[in-house]
Design a protein around this ligand. Structure first.
Ligand code: ADP
Length: 494
């Protein structure tokens, strides 16, 4: 390696089952598009491999990025069978996107199964192993393959332990980004035989209390691991905070780096957001008022000037709904309105629906995934509620700050790294303990601020002025890749 590589760009293949704007379950989809896109601006030849779940190819066409069949097919042996995948190629903005197509495996519109077993895990093994095959198929050989979370974790394990794919260990370096340690991909070991990973079934590999833990395998086998904020990197190393893997994280701390996520500042930009009735910016907030009006109309509410709190996201325990929902009756008393957009655990959906029936003029709930409505709510609301139990990075607070919607959030993970509760540079209202009392306390502070239009304006301005683009973080990834692939001399990547 070394000098002969210095003149060419480093080649990096990102691999993710979800990628906005073609498919999305959560924040990973945003990162899977915007990180490689920004890396290309840093002179990295970054590309992405994702899957043709139903409607993905059509969506690409609708967006004007008509996928072209590359006339290349990859073949992967799994479960004593050979699975084949066509590779479609398209560009989204400037980013080359490869779409792996196998209608037999990529059937689940919701991408992730409710229950992981041999059958439901197959698409993720296929994607992971196909990522190792695309180099040969397309005659484009990545120096680095960058996987994300448990779903593409088999990739690094295969480079380490698979009888065939371990041949790549000299030419490919692997990076894993942990977006959420709560999801690890735990399975019965009977699957190892069919996936060729038997060699990795031991305590320093994939084995986890007699089961297979895909994320653990990748933590052990990847050349480098990142997670999505410096605070989350510290938190998951602490006993009791690593979802059963804190010891493993500590043992691998020499190759772990916390790099903050950014957001796609072109897509999330109130000054050119086509989903809004009018654009706006720090200098002219008239458009924010119009978004408020349209949002109120959507919920069939009159504008009585009361503050509007919103929450957009997956309705799971992680997001703090078990302290937020029981606080709502008390918070509604303050005269504020509350808007929810999300889907997830049925009991949370049900509890929110009941609250909207009990307080029809104050609580509005829309279940489901709705991108245009999300934009309208980010713009139209005054505050964004985020009482997360843990939050690896969190994109919602970054988006809301860009739209001048002030986060009221728990100081954890990436929230602690991105929201300031200092008088001198306030961009939000934070609380520490995971309790209803502390949450209500933070909301009350937000309400006081709303009552003083000058201080509310100052906080909005502070928040909207912050730079949450990918620029700095993509630079950190670039340095990490170069060091890993020995593109230049070792340097401090922190
Ligand atoms: P997580 O990855 O844990 O779901 P993040 O805050 O990192 O949370 O990212 C969530 C992303 O998904 C944000 O872009 C948010 O706007 C979007 N999102 C979540 N739920 C919905 C929904 N129901 N409708 C539209 N967008 C949603």
């Amino acid at each position: 390696m070394g000098k002969q590589h210095i003149l060419r760009k480093i080649k990096v293949l990102h691999v993710s089952p979800e990628m906005t704007p073609l498919s999305k379950v959560g924040g990973l989809a945003d990162v899977a598009f915007s990180l490689p896109e920004e890396l290309r601006k840093c002179d990295v030849d970054a590309r992405i491999l994702t899957c043709a779940y139903p409607s993905v190819l059509d969506k690409a066409k609708d967006l004007g990025s008509k996928p072209v069949y590359s006339r290349r097919t990859v073949h992967v042996a799994l479960n004593w069978k050979v699975f084949s995948g066509k590779i479609w190629k398209t560009f989204i903005r400037e980013l080359p996107v490869y779409i792996l197509d196998n209608p037999e495996l990529f059937t689940n519109e919701r991408i992730y199964p409710n229950y992981l077993d041999q059958e439901s895990a197959l698409p993720f093994f296929f994607l992971s192993y196909a990522a190792l095959e695309v180099g040969t198929a397309l005659n484009w050989h990545p120096d680095i393959i960058h996987s994300h979370d448990w779903s593409t974790s088999p990739l690094a394990s295969a480079v380490k332990w698979h009888p065939f794919y371990s041949n790549y260990s000299r030419s490919i370096k692997t990076v894993l980004t942990i977006h959420n340690l709560a999801h690890q991909g735990i399975l019965d070991p009977s699957l190892l035989n069919m996936t060729g990973l038997m060699e990795g079934f031991h305590i320093d590999g994939l084995e986890y209390y007699g089961l297979v833990n895909l994320l653990k395998g990748s933590i052990n086998s990847s050349d480098m691991i990142t997670t999505v904020s410096p605070t989350y990197a510290r938190e998951i190393s602490e006993p009791g905070r690593g979802m059963g893997l804190d010891g493993l994280i500590r043992a691998n701390s020499h190759k772990l780096l916390g790099i903050l996520n950014g957001i796609d500042t072109e897509h999330w930009d109130p000054s050119r957001d086509n989903f809004l009735p009018a654009s706006y910016s720090i200098g002219n907030l008239e458009g924010k008022k119009q978004a408020r009006g349209k949002m109120l109309e959507f919920f069939r509410w009159n504008d009585n000037g009361s503050p509007i709190f919103c929450n957009i996201g997956r309705l799971y325990d992680q997001k703090g709904l078990d302290i937020l929902i029981p606080s709502l009756p008390e918070l509604v008393e303050s005269g504020a309105k509350f808007v929810f957009l999300g889907s997830g655990e049925k009991h949370y959906e049900e509890e929110l629906r009941e609250l909207s029936e009990a307080y029809p003029g104050s609580v509005g709930v829309i279940t489901g995934f709705n991108e245009p409505l999300a934009h309208l709510i980010y713009a139209g609301a005054d505050f964004f509620l985020m009482p997360s139990l843990f939050e690896p990075c969190g994109l919602s607070q970054l988006i809301s700050m860009r739209y001048g919607t002030i986060p009221v959030a728990r100081r954890t993970g990436g929230i602690a790294d991105t929201v300031s509760d200092e008088d001198t540079d306030r961009t939000g209202f934070l609380f520490n303990g995971y309790s209803r009392e502390e949450l209500v306390g933070a909301v009350k502070r937000a309400l006081e601020c709303y009552g003083s239009s000058e201080s509310h304006k100052t906080v909005m301005k502070n928040a909207m002025e912050k730079d949450f683009s990918w620029k700095t973080s993509a630079g950190k990834y670039h340095r990490l890749y170069r060091e890993l692939a020995s593109f230049d001399h070792k340097q401090d990547i922190k």
